[in-house]
Design a protein around this ligand. Structure first.
Ligand code: C5P
Length: 223
């Protein structure tokens, strides 16, 4: 018998990262931020000057990722690539754009599959991504699909960047969100679609706490 899994899939800016972290902490579950694996692969491609059209080399980079996730007391995770803290580099625009390109390569997804499944450990796992409920953990107990309008997601991202002191243009962000959604949704491998049986939550007009509560209600957790 394998450990229980709650999958949380959705587009970027839907809040699934933050929400998955909170839900995992409340339940005392492990957390899989699968997007980080695609971002790490992207970073490795960039750092090693790997040609993105060289499928063999890119999938080898995915297989060979030397990464450690260190959970912090606040529920955040420190990400170490070859021992280097790459938290900031992972979130750069360049990395995000490269991540959705490497994620469209079937061989890369295959290479990351085993690694993702290894996160399923007692007492349970919250897995956040695009295809957690459809491909990686199709037998998950509970599946959530989190959405929000592109405008709201662009606003959230804008606010995040401004808070970090990064200059950002909202219409530019909106365009890049729409482009990335389009790529993620229409790709042939593991496109972004709600899994069968998933509860769909639109977070556009909900606070983080409200979404967390809806998920906890959905899985029947009263703590
Ligand atoms: O979730 P996050 O924005 O960090 O993911 C970065 C990119 O990785 C996404 O744009 C998507 O293309 C890809 N991804 C994926 N499958 C997942 C998680 C992320 O294809 N399960």
């Amino acid at each position: 018998v394998s450990a229980p899994v709650i999958t949380v899939d959705g587009p970027s800016g839907s809040g699934k990262g933050t929400i998955s972290q909170i839900v995992a902490t409340k339940l005392g579950y492990h957390l899989l931020d699968s997007g980080a694996l695609y971002r790490l692969t992207a970073l490795s491609v960039i750092k090693n000057n790997i040609d993105i059209t060289d499928v063999d080399a890119v999938s080898k980079a995915a297989l060979a990722l030397d990464v450690v996730f260190e959970p912090q007391v606040d529920g955040e995770q420190k990400v170490l690539l070859k021992g280097e803290d790459v938290g900031v580099q992972l979130r750069l625009d360049e990395t995000s754009a490269m991540a959705s390109q490497v994620a469209a390569i079937p061989e890369v997804r295959e290479a990351l599959l085993v690694r993702q499944k290894q996160f399923r450990q007692e007492p349970g796992l919250v897995a956040d991504g695009r295809d957690m409920g459809t491909v990686v953990f199709p037998d998950a107990e509970h599946k959530v699909f989190l959405t929000a309008s592109p405008e709201i997601r662009a606003e959230r991202r804008h606010k995040q960047l401004i808070e970090k002191g990064v200059d950002a243009n909202i219409s530019h962000l909106l365009k890049s969100i729409i482009d990335r959604d389009e790529r993620d949704r229409t790709r042939t491998v593991a496109p972004l679609v709600p899994a069968e049986g998933a509860v769909v939550i639109d977070s556009s007009n909900l606070t983080i706490d409200e979404v967390v509560q809806q998920i906890l209600d959905f899985i029947g957790f009263s703590g």
